[in-house]
Design a protein. Structure first.
Length: 402
């Protein structure tokens, strides 16, 4: 407890903000009201300290342009080193959406077919490739396997579990008829990665570096850890501020190995909204609902947990690699979470205003701060907080279900 109090006090004094690429003095919220940069900064300091978040990077875009970016707290506690805007942090599952955007570049160029089954796009059965020799030994005999497409995998509707290693036999299985239900699956995203690497004859880190990171000047971003990150990279910490792990992600995994900064993700979001990565028609296809979602939580504690009005009220759905809010008073939005040991992150963009907020943290307490930060700074009152698990009651319950 003493450590947490000292850390909270330190966060309030250790903030690196606010450098502006444009002469903005305020952030426009989604309802048209404004909050000054100074008030946003003061609120962020207070909120992150109260939630005992070790370190954080925050960024806001208005009209597709970065108007505010700040870093708080610590990237490392021993020795104490401040989080700054250049610190590389683990983005976790935000990787999935960046990867999906790259896949849509290939679709746009006729180099990938979202609706041709994976089995028919590979040169040989999946279980004959070394990485899948054991885990795919059963799924290739499932009559439904030949119907599984990249669109299903990227929209989490294939029937695959999150990862094969959580299955009792450590193998891939289709839990339902592909395309009929939503079940979040990192395994499915990594399978699309494998398919793309087979097609392009290059590893994913090279593909993303050439297509997205280098052209956009995302110098603090990599799908794998690079030597140049070493001087300024965030370690990760648990609920009590105890060290969890260094951030050195290997190998490349489309499901979640990317490290980045909030400023770099701002560059990505701005380019995406400005149609500089993919055409507007391709982006519209990526952000079109593949499957509507009405569940109470994204990760239910029980299979029969039931449905929730929250998801229906905002038209919750999944597109190609992105979660979607299709029916809000602020217009449509797309979003992605990133959640791992000592890394809790979120990005959401509202298309009508071209307004986004990015939150990256190196703390298991990060999600406790998300709702107040999003509501107060961006004016986002429509993110499905309970479905996301961003409510204190859900967070407390999830800690009892490791």
């Amino acid at each position: 407890m003493k450590f947490i109090l000292l850390l909270a006090a330190s966060i309030s004094f250790c903030a690196y903000s606010i450098a502006q690429p444009a002469p903005a003095t305020s952030i426009y919220r989604l309802d048209g009201s404004k909050i000054s940069l100074q008030d946003a900064d003061a609120f962020a300091k207070k909120t992150l300290a109260e939630a005992h978040v070790t370190g954080a990077q925050l960024a806001v875009l208005n009209h597709g342009r970065l108007v505010w970016s700040a870093a708080y707290g610590f990237r490392r506690l021993d020795p104490p080193l401040p989080m700054d805007r250049n610190t590389t942090t683990w983005a976790a599952s935000i990787t999935k959406s960046v990867f999906a955007t790259y896949v849509m570049r290939l679709v746009e160029r006729g180099e990938c077919n979202l609706d041709q089954p994976v089995a028919s796009q590979l040169e040989k059965p999946l279980n004959e490739y070394e990485p899948y020799r054991q885990s795919a030994s059963d799924i290739v005999h499932d009559p439904a396997w030949p119907t599984v497409t990249p669109r299903m995998l990227l929209s989490h509707t294939s029937g695959l579990a999150n990862f094969a290693f959580i299955e009792p036999d450590k193998k891939m299985h289709l839990r339902f008829k592909p395309g009929t239900q939503f079940l979040y699956s990192g395994e499915g995203i990594d399978l699309v990665q494998f398919l793309i690497e087979q097609k392009m004859h290059k590893p994913l880190d090279q593909l993303l570096q050439e297509a997205i990171f280098t052209p956009l000047g995302m110098t603090r971003t990599g799908i794998i850890y690079r030597k140049e990150f070493e001087a300024d990279v965030a370690d990760r910490y648990d609920l009590d501020g105890h060290f969890r792990s260094q951030t050195r992600r290997f190998p490349a995994r489309a499901a979640g190995s990317m490290t980045t900064s909030a400023d770099d993700l701002s560059r990505f979001a701005s380019a995406l909204l400005d149609n500089k990565i993919i055409k507007s028609s391709t982006r519209a296809q990526m952000l079109s609902p593949v499957f509507s979602i009405t569940t109470l939580h994204q990760f239910p504690f029980a299979p029969d947990e039931g449905q929730g009005d929250e998801a229906r009220n905002v038209g919750l759905a999944y597109g190609i690699g992105w979660g979607l809010l299709t029916n809000t008073r602020f217009g449509p939005a797309f979003f992605k979470e990133g959640h791992g040991d000592g890394a809790q992150n979120y990005i959401i963009c509202f298309e009508r205003q071209k307004s986004c907020m990015i939150l990256l943290t190196n703390s298991d307490n990060g999600e406790l701060a998300f709702r107040p930060l999003l509501e107060t700074i961006l004016g986002d009152t429509v993110t499905p907080w309970e479905w996301e698990g961003y409510t204190p009651s859900y967070i407390d319950e999830s800690r009892n279900h490791p």
